[in-house]
Design a protein around this ligand. Structure first.
Ligand SMILES: NC(=O)c1ccc[n+]([C@@H]2O[C@H](COP(=O)([O-])OP(=O)(O)OC[C@H]3O[C@@H](n4cnc5c(N)ncnc54)[C@H](O)[C@@H]3O)[C@@H](O)[C@H]2O)c1
Length: 272
């Protein structure tokens, strides 16, 4: 049974791995024996995660890249191959929302700046698309590989306030299915593409929406989320790991084109 989930020696590139959720994934995957490339726009954040992994005996490198600039993705890929070997797995984790693209009492839907919405859409969707183009090209040549996209609860039914983010993550789900079929039909049955849709995890991108900046108490939105989550809590990054290991290992070898909610039951609950 252990062999089914074995990731020893697999080379795994993770974008956004300088951040909270993908940083936790990077650490756990390195502990499982994978060689991890920590890709992020913020070099310091990537270095910090890679350093932590190395200091606990794992294998990791930090690589700066911008998922919106294809040339930086190409050079990041070359660096990973040169230092760790051919890439077995890509996790598309870079993403997030932006205050300027979020409706609020001070910013109505009618005043949402297109630039801010475009930024959020590009970061979450175009960033996933461009990174997949660059990394899947090698997977297509080798006839094997795994891609895991990071979607969100906002993709299944849109969340209030975050219109651009919801639309972008819905596009990520659709793209996950499209790419799974395309790579299988045209390149290899051994290339799989799946996504996870995490529920609500308290991180820097959503802290201002879920907790009060001054008191740290839940906002009405934070309270609504907890009330709508049968398990009655926000998720902890470590709670993503089991599902991620399943999707990246041979344990899921007949699984492609799916989006797995990891949400404490949020998406199953109608509210009554
Ligand atoms: N936190 C949640 O509750 C939650 C829920 C569902 C989905 N997600 C998704 O999970 C992923 C990780 O989110 P997180 O909560 O860990 O956020 P985070 O802000 O902690 O991490 C995101 C990382 O992406 C990096 N990044 C931003 N723009 C980039 C770019 N252009 N190129 C490369 N890297 C870039 C940032 O520097 C940061 O390190 C995101 O796709 C997010 O949308 C988060």
């Amino acid at each position: 049974m252990k062999e089914l989930f074995d990731l020893t020696g697999r080379v795994i590139a993770i974008t956004g791995a300088g951040g909270v959720l993908c940083g936790a994934m990077a650490g756990a995957l390195a502990k499982a024996g994978a060689k991890v490339a920590v890709l992020d726009l913020l070099e310091d954040a990537a270095n910090k995660v890679a350093k932590k992994i190395k200091s606990s005996g794992g294998t990791a490198i930090a690589v700066k890249c911008n998922v919106l600039e294809k040339d930086t993705l190409e050079s990041a890929k070359e660096k990973v191959i040169a230092e760790l070997g051919e890439i077995d797995v890509l996790i598309n984790g870079a993403g997030g929302n932006k205050k300027e693209a979020t409706t609020s009492p001070d910013l109505s839907f009618f005043d949402l700046p297109a630039d801010a919405v475009r930024f959020v859409f590009d970061l979450n969707f175009i960033g996933t698309f461009l990174t997949a183009q660059v990394f899947a090209a090698d997977m297509a040549k080798r006839g094997q590989g795994i891609i895991l996209n990071i979607s969100s609860m906002a993709s299944l039914s849109p969340l209030t306030k975050v219109m651009g983010y919801s639309a972008a993550k819905a596009a990520v789900n659709n793209f996950t299915q499209w790419l799974a079929v395309h790579l299988c039909q045209n390149y290899s049955k051994n290339i799989r593409v799946n996504a996870i849709a995490p529920g609500f995890f308290l991180t820097e991108q959503n802290r201002f929406l879920l907790t009060d900046e001054k008191t740290g108490e839940l906002t009405p939105r934070g309270r609504t989320i907890i009330d709508h989550t049968p398990m009655g809590k926000f998720g902890q990054p470590e709670e993503l790991i089991g599902t991620v290991m399943w999707l990246l290992s041979d344990a899921s070898e007949f699984v492609t084109g799916i989006v797995v909610p990891i949400d404490g039951g949020f998406s199953a609950f109608s509210g009554v």
